[in-house]
Design a protein around this ligand. Structure first.
Ligand code: ZN
Length: 131
């Protein structure tokens, strides 16, 4: 079951929601609903004391995790890295990773994955200000 609900789809853009983040639980991926072509984005929550049920790495995508709330640790190639609200973690494809909620409230985060070394233009080198 995908928890992402498409609200509007038009040529050139799409809008979806996962509902109020305050009550969001579990994991939801947006690529298929929004039709993204260069990144995947997911919302994730981990209940206190729980971890992602597996370690994983990627073939070609790097990931950036943005911690929205809670506290936890990322286990990156065996090294524990503490995180909390506001933490931003970039992980190269080949790094083994897992995430654990260590606080007494859920760890809530966004994960963005994109093909490593594919970014050629960004911000003002890609953005075009219109008159
Ligand atoms: Zn991943």
């Amino acid at each position: 079951m995908n928890k992402v609900e498409l609200q509007k789809s038009a040529v050139g853009y799409s809008v979806a929601t996962v509902g109020n983040l305050a009550s969001f639980e579990g994991k939801a991926f947006v690529k298929d609903v929004l039709g993204t072509t260069s990144i995947e984005l997911s919302f994730g929550t981990l209940a206190p004391g729980t971890s992602v049920p597996f370690f994983h790495h990627h073939k070609q995508n790097e990931e950036v995790y943005v911690v929205l709330s809670g506290t936890g640790v990322f286990i990156l190639d065996g090294e524990e890295v503490p995180v909390s609200s506001g933490s931003i973690v970039r992980i190269a494809p080949e790094v083994s990773r897992n995430t654990k909620c260590t606080g007494d409230k859920p760890l809530e985060y966004i994960c963005i994955q994109g093909k490593a070394n594919s970014l050629e233009q960004y911000t003002m080198t890609d953005g075009v200000v219109e008159e």
